[in-house]
Design a protein around this ligand. Structure first.
Ligand code: SF4
Ligand code: SF4
Length: 109
């Protein structure tokens, strides 16, 4: 099977943490363990402050192998209200990345 991954278009991420909660509920992770974590990056220049939210999967992320085997999207992708997460073959995700300014690609082996 082609290598698959998760693409996060963080230009549109609102930092809502829904992906974290959806993942935790799907996998029943205990307190303190996460399959994905939203990072807040604050950049201050002399005249403005920019805040980016960058969700990043942890080593516990298995790309929701059970769901995707059944043809269901990963829990984080399904519940992201901004629609800024995609799951699919890495080759396809890279094509999307090339058109976007702010993305993270997670593609574990
Ligand atoms: S793909 Fe599944 S395991 Fe990975 S972060 Fe998303 S919900 Fe969690
Ligand atoms: S659910 Fe979507 S919008 Fe919310 S923090 Fe996660 S990636 Fe960002």
């Amino acid at each position: 099977m082609a290598r698959h991954g998760l693409l996060i278009d963080y230009e549109y991420c609102t930092g809502c943490h829904t992906c974290e909660v959806a993942c935790k509920q799907e996998h029943n992770y205990p307190v303190g363990k996460w399959g994905i974590k939203v990072n807040e990056i604050v950049l201050e220049t002399f005249d403005k402050i920019t805040i980016d939210y960058i969700p990043f999967p942890t080593d516990l992320c298995n790309l929701c192998v059970q769901r995707t085997k059944e043809g269901i999207p990963p829990a984080c992708v399904k519940h992201c209200q901004a629609g800024c997460m995609m799951y699919g073959p890495v080759k396809e995700l890279v094509k999307t990345m090339e058109k976007k300014p702010k993305t993270v690609l997670f593609a574990p082996r």
